[in-house]
Design a protein around this ligand. Structure first.
Ligand SMILES: [Zn+2]
Length: 190
């Protein structure tokens, strides 16, 4: 099924997950979004790290889960993981043989942007998505409020751009935690 899409550039392939669980472009099984679409806040990742659960992951049993890290950081600013809806632009990880598919990305970006409608706040993770949404390098706008972006269908939705969760493994949570705190203040949680 071909759907019209209001975002630039217009795309001509489906954005809805096929049968709710397959990438509509390449048919790879999707990692399901987490949390209800009715949840107040949204986290957008490029790849579905935060959606991984212990049941379906290549992470070592002894490693700390991305979701656990996020939970810890949210706890520090008094926010609950359960208030969030999680989506990823790529609904799956890279294909075994080859680069991520640009059409999977474009389809997923439209799908993720659609989710922003009605949200009270959006956290967008990772340098690539920051560049995509704002045109800026993440290091220039990390944690700042109301950075201009071309993908905000609902007007002035509070948003923040933060490092991806996997960077916390290598660099620690300092910058991430600070940005999260600014976001919590921005939306009036603290
Ligand atoms: Zn795909």
């Amino acid at each position: 099924m071909i759907e019209e899409n209001e975002y630039d550039p217009p795309i001509t392939y489906p954005t809805k997950l096929h049968k709710g669980r397959y990438c509509p472009v390449c048919a790879e099984e999707a990692v399901s979004p987490l949390g209800s679409t009715d949840n107040d806040y949204l986290i957008i990742e490029e790849f579905p790290y935060a959606m991984l659960t212990p049941k379906r992951t290549s992470f070592n049993r002894n490693e700390i889960f991305p979701q656990s890290i996020l939970q810890l950081e949210l706890d520090k600013v008094g926010m609950l993981l359960g208030k969030f809806r999680f989506v990823s632009v790529f609904p799956h990880f890279s294909h075994e043989n080859g680069d991520p598919n640009a059409n999977c990305y474009a389809s997923g970006l439209a799908r993720a942007v659609d989710e922003i409608n009605g949200k009270k706040g959006v956290i967008i993770l990772g340098a690539n998505l920051c560049k995509e949404f704002t045109g800026y390098e993440l290091k220039k706008v990390c944690g700042l409020s109301y950075v201009d972006t071309k993908y905000m269908p609902d007007g002035d939705v509070p948003r923040v751009f933060l490092p991806s969760i996997d960077t916390i493994y290598s660099t620690g949570a300092g910058e991430f935690g600070l940005g999260l705190m600014r976001f919590a203040k921005q939306i009036g949680v603290i």
